[in-house]
Write a protein that binds this ligand. Structure first.
Ligand code: CDP
Ligand code: CDP
Length: 223
């Protein structure tokens, strides 16, 4: 079991997990785990291998064997830079489909725990607090209204010069949220001992500062 410092940040799509987690990790000098990227990479690997996202045994085998390297902002899959490709809405949807398969979650569990480092880790995803790092010293559930989250994704796509249709994004987010919240294994849920951080009206800086405040408070009491 992990005894290194861990901050676990969970929440629905576009609640700001990745942005806030990376900034907190930078400020504290901690490592960062983007667990969603592993599910996205698994969906992409399956697509490339011609394996259906519903084929549990075959997808789990691919997940166990993923050849992934994280280099700064880049993510390499079998040596190929897929950092942009895995961020598409299609791969996001594929990720939430493969993430509902129990054998796939088992295949990725140790890989996620291996990101723990002596200096500390900030991990973001859906089940960081509940399953992967249940002993995390600080657990946070980020939220924002569906409208705010859809707007954020919309702006992200526009900034990347990608086609963006607010109605399609809203429907995709809703479908993914439902799949993530209702699945039988490791559903998206606020852990009983997690702080809720509602970010609809909060700047990124304010959200980061709140996490750092909680961390300092915990550190002085328990670490
Ligand atoms: O990782 P997750 O899908 O939860 O969200 P993200 O990719 O970190 O954030 C989605 C977008 O919302 C990014 O463009 C962030 O800059 C933006 N954001 C925001 O405007 N206000 C916040 N408090 C948090 C994120
Ligand atoms: O950035 P965004 O929040 O949209 O998605 P992500 O964090 O990259 O995760 C993509 C999908 O992977 C999610 O919709 C979840 O179904 C799944 N996932 C998961 O099941 N467990 C995690 N710890 C992280 C992601």
């Amino acid at each position: 079991m992990n005894h290194f410092p861990v901050i676990a940040i969970d929440g629905p799509s576009a609640s700001g997990k990745g942005t806030v987690a990376q900034k907190v990790a930078n400020q504290l000098g901690f490592a960062y785990l983007d667990s969603g990227a592993l599910y996205r990479l698994t969906a992409l690997a399956a697509q490339r291998a011609g394996v259906l996202w519903t084929d549990e045994a075959a997808v789990a085998e691919l997940a166990a064997k993923l050849d992934v390297v994280f280099v700064g902002e880049s993510i390499l899959l079998s040596g190929d830079d897929v950092s942009v490709e895995i961020r598409s809405e299609l791969i996001g949807s594929g990720a939430s489909q493969v993430a509902a398969l129990p054998a796939v979650r088992v295949a990725l569990l140790q890989r996620q725990r291996a990101f723990s480092e002596k200096e500390g880790l900030v991990a973001d995803g859906r089940d960081m607090a509940s399953v992967v790092f249940p002993h995390a010293q600080l657990k946070i559930f980020l939220s924002a209204t569906p409208e705010v989250r859809a707007q954020r994704r919309f702006k992200q796509l526009l900034a990347r010069n990608e086609p963006a249709d607010l109605a399609v994004i809203t429907a995709d987010l809703q479908a993914r949220d439902e799949r993530d919240r209702l699945r039988s294994v490791a559903p998206l849920v606020q852990a009983a001992d997690a702080y809720l951080l509602e970010t609809s009206n909060l700047s990124i800086e304010a959200a980061v500062n709140q996490v750092l405040l909680w961390w300092r408070d915990k550190s002085t009491k328990t670490l």
